[in-house]
Design a protein around this ligand. Structure first.
Ligand code: N01
Length: 535
């Protein structure tokens, strides 16, 4: 419990020891400021600390899911696979924490219990469940976009006697599924990764699917020395080129529309995209995400892949999505569809009523009862706002952030919210964040925030706050672009649709990273236009 006794005074308090928090701490320390990170976890890594389920892996290539801020770090670190597995990502971020000697300013196993802005001294009082509370000029939330687990409240789950797991809060010790009857709910990115792994060990696996996903084969492989040497020799150039793309990714989109080629040419290009692995499928043409006709061609291509992979027509049909491809995030898999050819795997499509209830031994749907020993919820996250809404945060006039955001998150540039001075969000809602490669996007936010703090220090400005009109305009601009895109049309976590009762707002900024970066640079060059600077 917080005692308000040991109040440590800081320039900045950072919440979260993931990629955002770690770089923010390093950056602020380099500016000679006093800063600390607080994180409830017992180790650094943020969402990668918690998502340690079998098969957990990133869908961005390892050499680019890495920091670029330090050229020596970039050259020294050796990645072993094309797509990094969770243990390797965790090893990397631990290495960064050690290499830059950050641990002395990271307070682990400490939960933030409240953050309150005091207008009198323009400081944030951040209380914790540990021995210390903090008074800081700046409060920086590096709490992650996909970090707060979404745990649906299934009827009767408390009476279920079996083991219950959530992919986003996986135990630290190995979970042995051998000889067990396991049920998995959820077939998004996490489900797609864990299902083949459990199938290899369980006596029987039943997958409860509400919506089938489009799953592109990752074609993961070991990275050999030649791969790494070539990339490392050209790192700066490759990263600079990636920055010019919508999402900061390295796969360059074909410049053509899928509608401008014959069916055969279309198939050939999609096949090339498929074989290149992962997200390259979406880059097979320049308009799969934006043009319904092109999207349909890509959908049909994947549905055919599913029929080829799964000979049982009924199962293949159940696995075949009907929604727009890329509308929900494309999943990357390794032998995902093949898994359904195994004798020990059953696929159950949840009807309208979904999971009806649990008994002490089984999961009940509207059609049948399934006895299981273990339940795995791969039910995703309360994305983008969940980690923030779970902390009581009070801004000017004691207004709770949850109240300011009760109709959906409202920010200026995803960086600040009106009414919450000196309070920054790294990759917050209203910024491109989850639509991009998170590492360069995190770096852009950290560097912008650091420059902003430096400016305030030099000009002796006490407070910075998003202007209400600028914020309203930014939110309206974001909504206007989003409402014209195909992505707006399906029930995804981008819209908050996976969490019952959550306002449906397209949360990330969908104008693309180059335009966003330009806007942020213009804002700072104009003396932080759209922000009110006081004192
Ligand atoms: O979560 P999801 P995720 N009853 O929300 C189902 C990143 N990530 O953890 O689609 C029954 O995508 C839900 O069904 P539906 C990546 O950005 C990356 O898998 O809502 N089912 C869906 O099938 C990703 O997009 C990596 O109808 C319920 C599933 O649970 C994001 O995290 C790996 C239900 C949830 O899918 C989230 O992925 C993992 C209910 N009440 C995660 N509630 C990689 O880098 C939910 N579902 C590869």
């Amino acid at each position: 419990m917080s005692k308000y006794q040991n109040i440590t005074s800081l320039d900045a308090l950072i919440v979260g020891a993931g990629f955002g928090g770690i770089y923010m701490l390093h950056k602020l320390r380099g500016m000679g400021l006093s800063a600390k990170i607080v994180d409830v976890a017992s180790g650094v890594g943020g969402t990668w600390f918690w998502n340690r389920y079998p098969g957990a892996r990133c869908d961005v290539e390892s050499m680019f899911y890495s920091y670029s801020f330090d050229k020596d770090l970039e050259q020294e670190w050796e990645w072993t696979e094309r797509y990094p597995a969770q243990p390797e990502i965790l090893k990397y971020i631990n290495h960064v924490a050690d290499r830059f000697d950050l641990r002395t300013d990271i307070r682990l196993e400490t939960r933030v219990t409240s953050a309150v802005y005091n207008e009198t001294d323009a400081r944030w009082l951040v209380t914790t469940d540990g021995d210390d509370d903090f008074s800081a000029r700046f409060c920086i939330m590096a709490t992650g976009c996909l970090s707060a687990a979404n745990t649906p409240e299934f009827e009767g789950l408390n009476d279920f006697n079996g083991r219950v797991f959530h992919t986003g809060k996986w135990p630290h010790s190995e979970v042995d599924f051998s000889g067990r009857h396991v049920g998995v709910i959820g077939t998004g990115s996490s489900g797609v990764q864990i299902i083949p792994e459990i199938a290899k060990r369980a006596a029987h696996l039943t997958v409860f699917q509400r919506t089938p996903s489009y799953v592109a084969e990752a074609f993961n492989r070991p990275l050999d020395a030649a791969d790494q040497t070539e990339t490392k020799a050209n790192y700066a150039e490759i990263r600079a080129d990636a920055k010019k793309t919508f999402g900061g990714f390295t796969n360059v989109a074909n410049a053509q529309s899928a509608m401008d080629v014959s069916e055969e040419e279309c198939r050939t290009a999609l096949e090339e995209g498929w074989k290149a692995g992962g997200n390259s499928l979406m880059a097979s043409f320049n308009d799969i995400a934006d043009n319904k006709g092109s999207n349909l061609r890509a959908q049909e291509f994947v549905r055919k892949k599913i029929r080829q992979a799964v000979p049982d027509a009924e199962t293949a049909e159940k696995l075949s999505p009907e929604h727009l491809i890329g509308c929900k995030r494309l999943c990357l898999g390794t032998n995902y569809y093949d898994t359904y050819n195994r004798d020990n795997v059953t696929l159950v499509s949840l009807g309208e009523k979904g999971v009806e209830r649990f008994t002490s031994t089984s999961l009940v749907t509207e059609d049948a009862e399934f006895e299981i020993d273990d339940l795995v919820m791969a039910t995703g996250f309360d994305a983008m706002t969940g980690a923030l809404s779970r902390i009581p945060i009070y801004g000017r006039n004691n207004i709770p952030l949850n109240k300011a955001w009760d109709a959906g998150p409202r920010t200026y540039l995803g960086l600040m919210t009106h009414g919450f001075p000196n309070f920054f969000t790294i990759t917050g809602p209203g910024s491109p964040s989850v639509l991009t490669n998170m590492l360069p996007t995190i770096e852009q936010h950290v560097e912008w925030i650091a420059d902003c703090i430096d400016y305030l220090q030099k000009k002796k400005i006490t407070e910075i706050e998003a202007d209400l009109q600028a914020q309203d305009d930014w939110v309206a601009h974001g909504n206007a672009i989003a409402s014209k895109t195909l992505r707006y049309s399906c029930s995804s976590w981008y819209l908050g649709a996976n969490v019952p009762g959550k306002p449906r707002i397209f949360m990330p900024y969908i104008g693309g990273m180059p335009a966003y970066r330009e806007k942020c640079e213009a804002v700072s060059a104009a003396g932080y236009e759209g922000f009110n600077l006081n004192g």
